[in-house]
Write a protein that binds this ligand. Structure first.
Ligand code: EPU
Length: 498
């Protein structure tokens, strides 16, 4: 146990980040006591049934380790029923974990999801020499004081996109990094020029070698532009929080995971504020006053709005009745609106409970246009497309965030869907028409990325007959024991060697 009563004296700010509703980056200066590991575990057990579930499933052997097997087999036609608790957010966890390196003291995180991306980050921290204590699905504690290298080989970094957050964190703390290129889902080109430009503006010399992020320099506050990019905003925040002077990040991403990260850094003592100039156009700035040191923090990964959304879509698509807890409404407005428009009954209770009911009316076509938060999340576009396939009439999906993200279409069509590209796109963006069909039928399909895998799982649950999803390991990157949990909701889904 490395936390001591001394930390109490420092009066860490409480962020309000874990109250189930608060996205505000306005901190309240309340005294904050770091709990013991035992207390953390007890709290995690109590507050996160999903953690208990993960442990139970592991004890019962009712899961297979990510990467063990390659194929999912689904016998469709079983509506999802019951209740489920959403786990910690992938895209928040993968930012918060590298952020732990920035502290000068040990840090703890609760509600860390048991997914492959997290395991890969934990492995990387261990490789770097950090002292790591990880209980999958529950608690991660990291003591960065034992880190002995700022170089991370590609063998670690190419396993996931978020490995590039180590560049911002290492640069921010040690003034140097040598980080292999990131991997991640590759449905289209995903440049990192905004990150590199930002690092340079902060005073880093960044090498031109495309195979790695090699940078060093004495950083200082600067005026930066993030272009609403989630990755660039997070990397620039990580690099800037310890840089002397004031950094202003224009057009920062405002996704929930960005807020989760800022709140965690504030617990460490970072000074970050957010000024909105125009809520409608999302014109805003993030202002960071660099601090010399960061202290211990005890935080929590917010619930995953994409997991919540995927479950909502799956329940709607199978005409099930599913109650989803830890589904924060304020993160899900855009999806809730579209489900209601399509004729699904969405029953919202409290601020974080949603029940999806089938309803009796005809399900009608809708138009889905992805956008930055609070718009419709691109990460739900692929799962949503599966749901649209059997709505009456012609739906349209426009992908505004990425230049392309439709690898699922080919396989949905092989299951009987009628999806065609919108010739010439829609206002400069790739778009598809989804003409509703009576039903989907099972087929052998390939998952090509994480959200394509989720899309095909939903299609398989909807379809008549048997669906085999090859390369289903993609699902494990971001969904916590998804097939095991769906099975407990009535799905007929199982894993097999390919
Ligand atoms: N972009 C640039 N240059 C940059 C950075 C981004 O041109 O330097 C462009 C991208 O090509 C894209 C747009 O800006 O067209 C937005 O990209 P963004 O940087 O916001 O995406 P990201 O950071 O690469 C994160 C999530 C994605 C999620 C997007 C959008 C993580 C690890 N990844 O990606 O999550 O789709 O934001 O919300 O947080 C997923 O979970 O399946 C996933 C892909």
């Amino acid at each position: 146990m490395r936390f001591t009563a001394d930390h109490m004296q420092q009066g860490n700010p409480s962020t309000g980040a874990t109250d189930g509703h608060g996205d505000s980056m306005i901190s309240q200066k309340t005294a904050y006591t770091l709990p013991s590991l035992g207390e953390i575990q007890a709290e995690a057990e109590y507050r996160h049934e999903v953690s208990a579930f993960v442990r139970q499933a592991m004890e019962e052997g009712d899961y297979l380790k990510p990467g063990d097997v390659e194929k999912l087999v689904i016998h469709g036609g079983h509506p999802l029923r019951g209740e489920i608790v959403v786990g910690g957010a992938k895209n928040a966890a993968v930012a918060l974990i590298p952020a732990m390196l920035l502290s000068d003291e040990p840090c703890t995180l609760m509600n860390v999801p048991h997914i492959e991306d997290v395991q890969n980050l934990v492995n990387t921290l261990t490789y770097m020499g950090a002292t790591v204590n990880y209980e999958p699905g529950r608690v991660l504690s990291v003591d960065p004081r034992t880190v002995h290298t700022t170089a991370i080989p590609a063998a670690y970094t190419e396993k996931l996109r978020a490995s590039y957050y180590f560049a911002g964190a290492l640069l921010g703390k040690y003034g140097t990094c040598d980080v292999g290129q990131p991997g991640g889902c590759s449905y289209c080109e995903r440049p990192i020029d905004y990150h590199i430009r930002g690092f340079r503006a902060l005073g880093a010399n960044v090498g031109d070698d495309a195979s790695k992020i090699l940078a060093s320099g004495k950083l200082h506050g600067a005026r930066l532009e993030a272009h609403n990019s989630v990755g660039a905003t997070i990397n620039l925040v990580l690099a800037a929080v310890r840089a002397p002077g004031t950094t202003v990040i224009q057009s920062p991403a405002q996704e929930p995971h960005v807020i989760n990260l800022c709140n965690y850094l504030r617990q460490m003592g970072a000074i970050i504020s957010h000024v909105s100039h125009n809520a409608l156009t999302r014109q805003s700035e993030m202002i960071i006053q660099g601090v010399e040191k960061l202290r211990a923090a005890f935080g929590e990964v917010d619930p995953d709005q994409i997991e919540a959304g995927t479950l909502m879509i799956a329940a709607a698509a199978t005409r099930g009745e599913l109650t989803i807890r830890q589904a924060w409404h304020r993160h899900l407005d855009a999806l809730i609106g579209k489900l209601l428009e399509a004729g699904v009954v969405v029953d919202m209770q409290e601020a974080d409970v949603v029940t999806i009911r089938p309803g009796i009316g005809v399900r009608r076509n809708v138009e889905v246009i992805t956008d930055y938060f609070p718009g419709f999340p691109t990460d739900l576009q692929q799962p949503m497309t599966a749901f649209l396939t059997t709505l009456k009439g012609r739906s349209m999906v426009v992908e505004k965030v990425f230049t392309a993200r439709f690898p699922q279409v080919r396989y949905l069509n092989s299951m009987g869907a009628n999806i065609t590209p919108v010739e010439g796109g829609h206002m400069g963006h790739h778009a598809i028409y989804v003409d509703g069909v009576e039903r989907l039928h099972g087929a052998q399909v390939h998952a090509t990325d994480l959200r394509a895998a989720a899309s095909l799982v939903i299609a398989g649950l909807m379809a008549e007959g048997t669906t085999e999803i090859l390369d289903s390991h993609y699902l494990d990157r971001g969904y916590q024991m998804f097939d095991t949990r769906l099975r407990r909701l009535g799905a007929d889904i199982s894993r097999h060697p390919a």
